[in-house]
Write a protein that binds this ligand. Structure first.
Ligand SMILES: Cc1cc2nc3c(=O)[nH]c(=O)nc-3n(C[C@H](O)[C@H](O)[C@H](O)COP(=O)(O)O)c2cc1C
Length: 121
């Protein structure tokens, strides 16, 4: 069984893609009945670490705000996964343009992020 679930998505209309959302909705399948569910949760989920990787065309301070808010609210606070961090890669190209993440620092940033996650375990 995996220790860490990495949620990765391009930013689509300021939120995660519908494909990733559909995947998250399937988590009900692995939920179990919880005798004392905390904070309005109706069921309990396996204990897992999680991380968020996202790309976007824009690169403003608020670009990922709603996606990060959703991640924290639904996956960390509600489901109860343990957040191990995120890489938010703004400035990665536009809808009609050619991808240019390889011209940014974000691929290296993501690589180093992955290396660090369990570095002290
Ligand atoms: C349907 C759609 C919606 C998008 N919405 C946004 C958006 O709200 N904000 C943004 O910065 N980029 C937006 N983008 C751009 C993508 O986030 C960007 O293309 C992607 O992160 C870069 O990865 P790619 O090279 O695989 O396309 C959108 C792209 C598509 C296709």
């Amino acid at each position: 069984m995996a220790d860490l679930i990495v949620f990765a998505s391009p930013l689509y209309f300021w939120i995660i893609s519908s494909k990733l959302k559909a995947f998250i909705e399937r988590f009900y399948r692995i939920a179990e009945e919880g005798p004392n569910p905390p904070l309005g949760r109706y069921e309990k989920y396996p204990v897992k670490d999680c991380a968020l990787l996202m790309t976007a065309a824009d690169n403003y301070f608020w670009t990922f705000e709603q996606a990060v808010s959703y991640y924290k609210f639904a996956l960390v606070n509600y489901i109860g996964f343990h957040d191990k961090g995120m890489v938010l890669a703004g400035g990665c190209g536009d809808t009609n343009g050619k991808p240019h993440i390889n011209k940014t620092i974000h691929l290296r940033e993501a690589y180093e992020f992955g290396e660090r996650i369990y570095a002290n375990v």
